[in-house]
Design a protein around this ligand. Structure first.
Ligand code: PGA
Length: 254
């Protein structure tokens, strides 16, 4: 299965800075790497249009993700952005349920599920994030918690509606901390989640990817990304540095 590397730029860069970073990334990629690996950037909403224009004008094989979408479809919801508006901008992916949104914006499992439905209805691939806090890990109950997150995010999904889904295991204690989960920890969680969703009506082995996120850097990417069960990475901090991001991409053995 083709691996995927997603750069989550979070709340950084105005649209001019985003264009610069994106162009530098494009020039820094070695020939054809974009044909063998899906390379995705997730800028702020304000930069989506600028980057879409570059992708289209230069016919690039790079993909756009948004960092969020509304749980509503349209109407009187000031400040929201819909999946319909995103697909018009050729946004292929959208991050949902990131722990930062769950924590700072009080996103609930219910609203995450609505967002996932809105995305699949428009054929935008949801990147569904889940992961435990350090307290949950230490309590030993982290697998139950994770399965509950995945179960609620995917409730009601049907195979005929769903094209692709990316599941992103992001232990909260590893995000932006420099601490990474061990390969063993990642494999344990991903295997459990995989086993759980195999019985779900939307499951389609060829269309479901599992990525890891949490302090991914060139120092740890080789080990994580070349494991069979892990199909890629969701990269935060290191995606803002083109040299590091390209090193992460290049650590995949093709
Ligand atoms: P990080 O962020 O790579 O900076 O830890 C990952 C994420 O939040 O997606």
């Amino acid at each position: 299965m083709k691996k995927i590397i997603i750069g989550n730029w979070k709340l950084n860069l105005d649209h001019l800075e985003a264009i610069q970073l994106f162009q530098k990334l494009n020039y820094s990629l070695n020939n054809d790497v974009d044909k063998k690996i899906d390379i995705v950037v997730a800028p702020s909403f304000t930069s989506l249009r600028s980057i879409q224009t570059i992708i289209e004008a230069d016919k690039l094989n790079l993909f756009l993700s948004s960092q969020n979408v509304s749980e509503f479809v349209e109407g009187a919801y000031t400040g929201e952005v819909s999946s319909e508006q995103l697909i018009k901008l050729k946004v292929s992916y959208c991050i949902v349920g990131h722990s930062e949104r769950r924590e700072h914006f009080k996103e609930t499992d219910e609203s995450i599920n609505l967002k996932v439905h809105n995305l699949v209805n428009k054929k935008i691939t949801p990147i569904i994030c889940f992961g435990e806090s350090i307290e949950q890990r230490n309590s030993g109950k982290y697998l139950d918690y994770i399965i509950k997150q995945v179960d609620s995010a995917t409730k009601g999904l049907r195979k005929d509606k769903v094209d692709e889904i990316v599941f992103a295991y992001e232990p909260i204690w590893a995000i932006g901390t420099g601490e990474t989960a061990s390969l063993q920890d990642i494999i344990e969680v991903v295997s459990e989640v995989k086993k759980f969703i195999e019985s779900k009506p939307f499951y389609n082995e060829e269309k479901i990817k599992f990525v890891y996120g949490g302090s991914v850097s060139p120092n740890n990417s080789e080990e994580i990304l070349n494991s069979n069960i892990i199909n890629g990475a969701l990269v935060g901090g290191a995606s803002l540095d083109v040299d590091q991001f390209v090193k992460i991409i290049e650590s995949i053995e093709l």
